[in-house]
Design a protein around this ligand. Structure first.
Ligand code: AMP
Length: 213
């Protein structure tokens, strides 16, 4: 089954996608990761995207839609999980068109629900490995050796957009542009609301139950 995960920044989309990939053999499509790759490679698109991402703003719809188009077509029927895309209704409509063209269906749109007061702590405490992307949290899941990834030995850093001043803007962008997706997928009958609080394994268990249904 093809899935998409959406929700506010800090809801755990990346963590839960990683479980789905590892345990269900799904392909991961994260527009955030694709944009960070473009930034790392210092491409013109990456340079433009960085300016917006550093301010907590969304990258234009046509840019991310183009990226997803390129990534989805070669999957040729392999199950995938979309993480952080769509983030606007325009993107969701474009995705529907793209999937129809490829004759592929989206099983469920999983909304990870986390109260606002928990999000800021999750985001400001989040650390990521620069090399493999593994995620940590300074309080609940710190790397064994400070600043060093347990998985690959890479450098563990704070994302520029996880700094407090940017987080406010990201949450505002979420409320304005992404929240309407809940209604969009409710109307299409694909919406599943998942309680995103508690231990990551508990959240995964809830997702697993929903996808087995
Ligand atoms: P994420 O890693 O999903 O939290 O995304 C990090 C940042 O990348 C977001 O705050 C946006 O600036 C940008 N971004 C990622 N996905 C999208 C998208 N689907 N539409 C617009 N901007 C995006």
């Amino acid at each position: 089954m093809n899935l998409l995960l959406f929700g506010p920044p800090g809801a755990g989309k990346g963590t839960q996608s990683a479980f789905l990939i590892e345990r269900h053999g799904m392909k991961h499509l994260s527009t955030g990761d694709l944009l960070r790759k473009a930034i790392k490679n210092d491409t013109p698109l990456g340079r433009e995207a960085k300016k917006l991402m550093d301010q907590g703003k969304l990258v234009p719809d046509e840019v991310v839609i183009g990226m997803v188009q390129e990534e989805i077509a070669p999957l040729k029927g392999k199950p995938f999980v979309l993480d952080g895309f769509p983030r606007t209704v325009v993107q969701a409509e474009a995705l529907n068109k793209l999937l129809a063209k490829l004759n592929v269906t989206l099983g469920k749109a999983l909304f990870l629900e986390v109260p606002y007061n928990l999000l800021s702590d999750r985001l400001t405490g989040r650390r990521v490995c620069k090399s493999c992307g593994a995620t940590y949290h300074i309080k609940s899941h710190a790397p064994k050796k400070a600043g060093v990834c347990d998985n690959c030995g890479g450098e563990v850093i704070q994302r520029d957009d996880d700094k407090e001043e940017v987080i406010k803007q990201r949450l505002a962008a979420y409320e304005q542009s992404t929240m309407p997706l809940k209604e969009f997928y409710r109307q299409s009958g694909q919406l599943c609301v998942i309680d995103g609080t508690g231990e990551v394994e508990a959240v995964y268990g809830r997702i697993n139950q929903v996808i087995k249904r």
